[in-house]
Every structure is written in structure tokens, then in C-alpha cells.
Design a protein around this ligand. Structure first.
Ligand code: ADP
Length: 330
């Protein structure tokens, strides 16, 4: 049987991915490559919604691709490409926007949150139609599964609704995708405020762990992570969010189970846990940074990998769009 197809992407909106992106998304993407036909994109069209400086956007697109590769996305087995290199994404987005209710799009909580921060007047229409572009990303490839974090569940729901609506009107055209959410690391929390998710624009001043940050800074942030007034190391996300977050990160990177860690740390203090976690994180981050540097120092090779990826992506996306056009009278 053919392997089920999956699609996922991240926006190039930062110089570095953070530990939440890595443990919540990338690790999972890497693991899925064996069992699935995986398509991974750097979704630069989505990043336009924040109106980045052109040079900065280009650089971040490359850095994001390099970090995918360093994390273990294998461009031989999987398709790795930049969204804007495949014009079909923007074309299908226009079509699907004509099938999306204004009220329906208005109910998206991510838009409401961002608009609340910027003010509805300041928010651009791209931010509003973002979920429609995301639906296009997924539906172009007949993806059966979409690995996403909890925060993207609602956008996947609208993708499913659009696929079903289009299929009902024009005949079976799109595969209706299912979310694929990995529970254990679905949410990595901010080190400075362990009740909030780690996020590039939402984290506290010392709560973010950027994968490409200076290792000394990373170690310092882990050592100063907020915990609680008890002394006992146990996994209890409700009562002990800080300690539990540290255990989650340790377990995900070291491969030791949380139960095992709790046992090993019995009778020891938070300082010990933080010290060991800093080592575990640096053991991962140090070779990761070197690999990313290698890709960035060889722009011709990175361009070649991304050009091959775009070619392979287009070979799937173009026939899907052709079918859509034919069915709707274009
Ligand atoms: P950010 O929240 O930093 O802006 P994005 O929204 O660009 O990150 O998310 C990129 C990917 O990383 C998504 O799949 C998202 O679910 C995942 N992700 C982001 N932050 C976290 C987190 N704190 N824990 C787990 N996964 C996360």
C-alpha cells in the first residue's frame, strides 16, 4: 500500500526556530518520514502577513530550510520546498477564498487574537485569509494527515470544511485531512512563565530557547527557569507546570522516560535538574548549530535542494489545480 501523505509547514518569521517548534513539530516531522510520504514547506507567503523587510524574509526562509535539514528532514525521502516557488498555492487560495464565508473566517481565534493585538484597522487582509492559504497548502497535495500543534486545530477544521464543501458542490476533488497531534510534546511552555506556551513573539524576556542562540545564553535561561516553592521533583503539569515542563523537555531530548527521570532525581534539588537539562539541551544544540552553519555556508547546495523540492511539489500540485479549474469552469 502507498504510504499516507502528510503536509506541514512553518513560517520563516524568525532567525531561529525555538525549542517549542523543534519538539512540538520538527521531531515529529522527522519521525513521520518513514511511515508517510512527507511534504514539508517553508511557508514564506504566510510570512508576508507581517510585512517583513525583503532581505530579512529571504534570509529567514533559507535559515528555516537549513534548520529543517539539520533537524533531520531528508530531502531524498521527503519533499522539502519553499511555498512561493510553487505558484499553485496562491492560485488555489484565491479559488478557495470564494468558497469561504466572511463570518466563518471572522471566527478564527488566531485572527481575532492577532487583530486584537494590532487593532482590526491595522491588521491586513492577508492575516484574515491566512487559513484559506493554509487550506490550499494542504489540499493541493491530497494530504491525509497534517501534523500540527494544538494551536492549529481550528485552521485544520476550516480546511476540512472547505474540502467537504467543494467536494459536495463539484464532485470528489480533495482528500479531507485529519489532524495528527502528538500529545506528550504538543505544548512546550515558556521557561519564564510555564503557564504560557513558548512562542517567538509571546515569550517572556528569558523564557524562549532559540535553537541558534549562543549556548551560554541557552544554559543561563534554563538555569533561571521559573519553578515553584516546593522542593520535590515530580511530574504534575497542573500543580507544578515549571518542573513538569523541564521534565518534558529533558525526556524528549534524552529519550529517557519521565518516570525514569523522576526516579533518578528523587531526593535531588531543582538546581540539579536544571544543570543536567542544560547539558542535555547543549548536547543537542551544539551539533545542530554546526550543521545549520554548514548549509548556510553552501548557498548553491541549499538552492539546489530547494529547487528539486519545488519541482517535485509542483508535479503533485499542478494536476490538482488543473482538476479544480476544470471543475469550476476556468
Ligand atoms: P510561534 O508560536 O513561535 O509563532 P509558529 O506559530 O510559527 O510558532 O509554529 C510553528 C510550529 O511549531 C507549529 O506546528 C506549532 O504548533 C509549533 N509550536 C510552536 N510553539 C510551540 C510550543 N510552545 N510547543 C509545541 N509546539 C509549538
Amino acid at each position: 500500500a502507498p504510504r499516507p501523505r502528510i503536509f506541514s509547514g512553518m513560517q520563516p518569521t524568525a532567525d531561529s526556530l525555538h525549542l517549542g517548534n523543534y519538539l512540538g513539530a520538527l521531531v515529529n516531522w522527522v519521525a513521520l518520514q518513514d511511515s508517510h510520504e512527507a511534504i514539508y514547506s517553508v511557508v514564506d507567503l504566510h510570512a508576508l502577513t507581517v510585512n517583513p523587510d525583503p532581505g530579512v524574509l529571504l534570509e529567514r526562509t533559507r535559515r528555516t530550510a537549513a534548520q529543517y535539514l539539520a533537524a533531520g528532514i531528508d530531502p531524498q525521502r521527503s519533499i522539502l520546498f519553499v511555498q512561493s516557488h510553487v505558484a499553485e498555492h496562491a492560485e488555489l487560495a484565491w479559488v478557495l477564498s470564494c468558497y469561504t464565508g466572511f463570518g466563518e473566517a471572522s471566527r478564527m481565534t488566531q485572527f481575532k487574537d492577532k487583530a486584537a493585538r494590532q487593532g482590526t484597522e491595522g491588521a491586513n487582509v492577508g492575516l484574515f485569509t491566512y487559513p484559506v492559504l493554509m487550506a490550499s497548502d494542504i489540499l493541493l497535495y491530497d494530504a491525509a494527515l497534517v501534523p500540527v500543534g494544538e494551536d492549529q486545530r481550528q485552521h485544520l477544521e476550516i480546511t476540512r470544511d472547505l474540502a467537504q464543501r467543494f467536494n459536495a458542490r463539484h464532485g470528489d476533488t480533495f482528500v479531507v485531512p485529519e489532524p495528527h497531534i502528538v500529545r506528550a510534546t504538543a505544548k512546550i511552555y515558556d521557561l519564564g512563565d510555564p503557564t504560557a506556551k513558548m512562542g517567538k513573539s509571546t515569550s517572556t524576556a528569558t523564557g524562549l530557547v532559540d535553537l541558534l542562540a549562543d549556548p551560554a545564553v541557552i544554559a543561563k535561561r534554563i538555569r533561571s527557569a521559573v519553578t515553584d516553592a516546593e522542593r520535590e521533583i515530580r511530574f504534575d503539569p497542573e500543580a507544578k507546570p515549571g518542573v513538569s515542563n523541564l521534565l518534558t523537555i529533558h525526556s524528549a531530548l534524552s529519550g529517557r522516560s519521565i518516570d525514569q527521570l523522576v526516579e533518578d532525581f528523587t531526593g535531588r534539588g531543582y538546581g540539579d535538574l536544571k544543570k543536567e537539562l542544560a547539558e542535555v539541551v547543549l548536547d543537542f544544540v551544539t551539533p545542530f548549530q554546526a550543521t545549520v552553519r554548514g548549509y548556510l555556508d553552501d548557498p548553491a547546495e541549499l538552492d539546489r535542494v530547494l529547487a528539486v523540492g519545488a519541482e517535485r511539489a509542483r508535479a503533485i500540485a499542478a494536476p490538482t489545480l488543473a482538476t479544480v479549474y476544470e471543475r469550476i469552469g476556468l
